[in-house]
Design a protein around this ligand. Structure first.
Ligand code: SF4
Length: 740
């Protein structure tokens, strides 16, 4: 009997916990939290323990599939890429490259190989039709960060380990494990906050588990967080509570904010938010008077009509109270692979617009909400072929029944995904990536959002089967096909050529740590890594602010040095980074970006009346992760979790009993779902979890299909978006509820 331990980062959510995996005879026996990991300290949630089950899931696709006569059959990689070549080129020849589209799913953020390869793939399409899960999630944060700090990826995170007051809006990190604020063990960190005498305030329409553990809970009408936040800003000026502190010389637009906040007095905000004016005033005073305070808004504040305003307002409050870029406030992480300075180029949207609804491009993408329109509206540029890489938009995108029909109408579709799910069942070709345990891992995305600077390299737990291409090779081959190369182009050679190009750019770039060096010498140094993916990552690390500059800084970091830390490495608490982190043309924090201030008129108009009737919000559960993990028995067994939670008073009025069926009807659809009477709900608000609605013909999710649940996105309306970011409105959906 052989036995070994492997250590790796959990790739399932943003918390990036370190895992200890015990293998006996190469079978995963136990997965637990790695107690020697300096960031997660042994924390693990139920999801992290199932990586072995995911690897062994009989429904996980291991071989490419091609649809023949409506049925997916196994194929070789050569056959599959040849079919992709044929299908894509047929569409290009007939309709032009604008008929191609790409959907980038959330799992891409959890794979450094995809992080490296996805943008070149998007560019290779030669089409404006690039979509991603970002416009179903966090795009408002990118937009507000772009306008304020000059880069959409310069996102301040709450310094939860050092703050005295944490205000959480629209987030439930006890169950989601946090988002846009990477922190393993949120529950433990929040408990530590309380133990050191700090306070936690939760603002949410649902008394979530996080709210249960807070010092103060404020129920709020869904979708009105922006009004609350503007009222807080109003009070800060009205009561002379503004303290700019160290950043005063770096803040532009303070007077403009004061003027813009005038219409948002607490009394008016109270009528729409449901939070009393005195409570709003007290909250503003508490934030202003706390020695260190952080205001953190997440999914419930972003996936609404005023998502960008809400996202911007939390950072404005931080700046106005001296909590931006200060320990215990909202701070900018500094990842191991990042450069010290940003290029000063500013931020803009609308470089192109969508064909049907004339919606502006944001971050090189169009809103996922308009994919349906672009697929179904005839005319030049109508999408006829789609590539999906991860994600399951058939469940996670608005108006999902219409999207399902639109996907079925495409002439060609190829998906990179480990499952035949509700989206990929429409694919003509399915290209499965290796399993999570067959891949190396480094968090490019989440180390830039981490509440403590930290890095970890994870080697693959299992060797990838010889015939199975890496994720990078799959995406590079697709990129080559899009660019007109033959189907049998050698992905390794293409990746090597790209790496050589990057090295060439780095040595030619003025101010680069390797400016003027011999590219051949740099490539030779990178060749210590057998996998080209590792060579890309090593180049990033060695040319970063902490890198060794290929020998110029002998104490600097290399991938090889990181690989010696099998439990990960702590790089210290977050440090103040303004002004070096700013990339605005003015070199200032732009507190009052024109586009956002202009949108305040729309918010002011919304203050006129509190919405009538019921509204629907989403719900996150610890065992679930968007639309997947429902195929893992241990995570879904037990009581039905896909229920409609209804406040007891509402249930009585509607004559709904616990366990009885109800119909929920919106402007676009109806679902029938089991009722769960629950006093955690605010009266007038009902809740459904996100990502359910399985058991569709052609999918292969045997466990999930036994407990399909209902898809909340049957009810969401694709025409409702946050106009600045294009983000879908997935919360605060007006609905009618009735006994079924
Ligand atoms: S909290 Fe997230 S990263 Fe940690 S074990 Fe759970 S799923 Fe994995």
């Amino acid at each position: 009997m052989s036995e070994r331990l492997a250590y790796r980062t959990c790739p399932l959510c943003e918390a990036t916990c370190g895992l200890e995996i015990r293998l006996v005879d190469e079978d995963v026996k136990v997965i637990r939290g790695d107690r020697d990991n300096p960031f997660s300290n042994g924390f693990v949630c139920p999801k992290g323990t199932v990586l072995g089950r995911l690897h062994n899931d009989p429904d996980r696709v291991r071989t490419p599939l091609i649809k023949r006569d409506g049925v997916h059959v196994e194929a070789t990689w050569e056959e599959a890429f040849a079919e992709v070549h044929r299908g894509i080129n047929d569409v290009k020849d007939q309709h032009g490259s604008q008929a191609l589209a790409l959907y980038i799913g959330n799992p891409n953020a959890h794979s450094y190989q995809n992080n490296l390869a996805i943008r070149p793939l998007a560019k290779s399409l030669g089409s404006p039709n690039i979509f991603s899960a970002s416009t179903l999630d966090q795009m408002p944060k990118h937009v507000s960060a772009g306008y304020m700090f000059g880069s959409p990826s310069t996102i301040p995170v709450p310094d939860i380990d050092r703050t005295d007051l944490l205000v959480i809006l629209g987030a439930n990190p006890y169950e989601s494990n946090g988002s846009l604020a990477t922190a393993p063990d949120w529950p433990g960190r929040l408990e530590a906050l309380r133990e050191r005498g700090g306070r936690i305030v939760v603002v949410d329409p649902r008394r979530t588990k996080t709210a249960e553990n807070a010092s103060q809970y404020l129920p709020i009408v869904p979708g009105t967080d922006a009004a609350l936040l503007m009222a807080i800003i109003h009070v800060l000026f009205d009561e002379s509570l503004v303290r700019l502190g160290r950043l005063e010389a770096h803040l532009a637009g303070v007077d403009d904010i004061a003027a813009a906040a005038l219409p948002f007095d607490p009394e008016t905000a109270a009528t729409v938010t449901g939070i009393a004016a005195d409570t709003i005033r007290s909250l503003a005073r508490d934030i202003a008077s706390a020695e260190r305070a952080a205001v953190y808004g997440r999914i419930g504040t972003h996936t609404v009509e005023f998502g960008t305003i809400a996202s911007w307002a939390v950072d404005v409050i931080a700046a106005l109270t001296g909590n931006l870029d200060e320990p215990g406030g909202m701070m900018f992480p500094f990842a191991l692979h990042q450069s010290a300075t940003k290029r000063k180029r500013g931020f803009m949207t609308g470089r192109w617009r969508s064909r049907v609804r004339d919606l502006p491009e944001v971050l090189g993408e169009l809103p996922a909400s308009t994919m349906i329109d672009e697929m179904t509206e005839p005319g030049d540029g109508q999408i006829r072929a789609l590539i999906t890489v991860g994600g399951n938009p058939a469940l996670t995108s608005p108006d999902s029944e219409a999207l399902d029909g639109a996907l079925a109408s495409l002439e060609f579709m190829v998906s990179v995904d480990p499952y035949l799910n509700e989206t990929t069942r429409h694919a003509d070709v399915l290209l499965p990536p290796p399993s999570a345990l067959e891949k190396s891992h480094y968090d490019i995305a989440f180390t830039t959002l981490s509440v403590r600077n930290y890095a970890m390299w994870s080697a693959p737990v299992y060797a990838r089967p010889e015939e199975h291409p890496s994720e990078l090779d799959i995406l590079v081959t697709l990129t080559a096909i899009m660019s007109g190369a033959p189907a049998d182009a050698d992905p390794e050679a293409l990746a090597e050529a790209t790496l050589a190009g990057q090295v060439g750019s780095a040595v030619a770039a003025p101010g680069s740590p390797i400016e003027g060096r011999d590219p051949a010498e740099v490539l030779e140094a990178l060749a210590v890594h057998p996998e080209v993916t590792e060579r890309f990552l090593d180049l990033m690390i060695r040319t970063s602010a902490r890198g060794d500059g290929f020998g110029a800084e002998p104490d600097g970091w290399t991938l090889e040095r990181l690989q010696q830390h099998e439990h990960g490495v702590d790089l210290g608490p977050l440090e103040s980074r303004i002004p070096e982190v700013l990339a605005t043309p003015s070199d200032m924090v732009e507190l009052a970006p024109e586009a956002i201030v202009a949108d305040l008129d729309r918010l002011a108009s919304s203050l006129a009346a509190r919405p009538e009737g019921f509204v629907l919000v989403g719900r996150r559960e610890l065992q679930s992760n968007n639309s997947w993990l429902h195929n893992i028995e241990v995570l879904v067994k037990g009581r039905n979790r896909c229920t409609l939670r209804v406040h007891p008073d509402d249930a009585e009025e509607l004559e709904l009993a616990d366990g009885s069926p109800a119909t929920v009807t919106s402007s676009v659809g109806t679902v029938t779902v089991e009722v769960e009477v629950h006093d955690e709900m605010m009266a007038g608000v009902v809740s459904l979890p996100y990502g359910w609605g399985h058991a569709q013909d052609g999918s292969r999710l045997r466990v999930a299909s036994e407990r399909p649940g209902v898809n909340t996105n049957v009810l969401t309306d694709r025409t409702r978006i946050d106009p600045l970011s294009g983000n879908a409105v997935l919360n605060g959906i007006p609905v009618e509820v009735a006994p079924a």
